[in-house]
Design a protein around this ligand. Sequence first.
Ligand code: IPE
Ligand code: IPE
Ligand code: MG
Length: 261
Amino acid sequence: MRHQPASSLEHLSESELTAQLEAELLPKHVAVIMDGNGRWAELRGLPRIAGHREGINSVREMISQCLELGIKILTIYAFSQENWNRPTHEINALMGLLEHYLSTERASLIEQQVRFQAIGRLELLPPSARHWVHTTEQETAHLDKMILNVALSYGGRAEIVDAVRGLLDDIRTGTVEAEQIDQALFQQYLYTHPLPDPDLLIRTSGEARISNFLLWQLAYTELCFTPTLWPDFRRREFLLALLEFQKRERRFGRVLSALPS
Ligand code: IPE
Ligand code: IPE
Ligand code: MG
């Protein structure tokens, strides 16, 4: 089927959009920079935390949509290393929301057979948030319908530095020889190992930057920037992003004629 240009898709219903998806062209791993919660709230005269709270509903919808479509890995940026520079009351509110989400949503994740994993400098999280992160990881470790990977206290540069440290430890103990270092070996030390790199990155709220997210892993990821604020990014918006991804020609540096069919 020939695809319609993205602009002509805007007026289609959710089921019409879904009908345009081609299973073999769906991404296996989607990464999301969930941005714009604060602006969503400010536009409504609400405190910023109201936007973060509403954003959880978008997360819930995206998880169920990934399950429906068979998208196996979803990595979401929930709290960056740089977000520690926000006012204490916002940090506390975000940590409270994280705890509330994990403590109340665990049962639903288990029921949906979703494995929860967290990446980032988790040791910086308050003890109670860390407790719920570890509990949810343990309770869902055996599930395999989908992986929900949540970046918390995460920085891409810190991840690379931590990988170098891990590699040096193994060189010191003799587990690894310096001569063995190549890209394949190095990426085994990243937080995301053994997950494949994301095929699609979505950033909401109109900002066109990476903000220190998955710097190594995004090397050949298709980037999709949308002006929609995260709390408004629901099922239709995700379908539009997937249809946009479907149209992209992933060349990986080669010329079109040499691509495997
Ligand atoms: C993204 O929304 C969520 C986090 C960074 C935790 P923001 O809080 O950055 O919302 P804006 O960008 O200020 O609108
Ligand atoms: C990126 O959003 C981090 C998360 C979505 C968790 P920010 O709102 O913190 O990014 P900047 O500061 O605008 O780059
Ligand atoms: Mg922001």
